[in-house]
Design a protein around this ligand. Sequence first.
Ligand code: CU
Length: 137
Amino acid sequence: MNIRIPRLVLGAVILLPVAARAQTGHAKVKIVAPANGATVSGPVKVVLQATGVEIVPATVERPGTGHHHLFVDHDLTPVDDTIPRGVTGILHLGRGQTEFVLDSLAPGPHRVIAVVANWKHIPLKPLVVDTVRFTVK
Ligand SMILES: [Cu+2]
């Protein structure tokens, strides 16, 4: 079966870049709570877990760091631009927090998008993002 050898080689070529990325620790963020699709009672505690990036206060100007942002029932802003302040539904966790309590969500469906951005409040590249949808009773 000659065909098996080329397939293996091809497989190695495809898998190699993925392994390389894992080693350099491409950053990720996960919204641990609330679970996607969950029905919860308010207030809703959002719990964030980042890997491959150090979560620090927004005052820390160091590569490899960032702070969390939450877009609550708000679309993402352009990813090459500064995430705005003072906008309802956009939260900067600028003290390096990894949890935030949403205490004024109305009953019904909601969507939270978490994005890690640097000290300039510009999203990291590649984008470090996670989304959950849930319902408040
Ligand atoms: Cu920010």
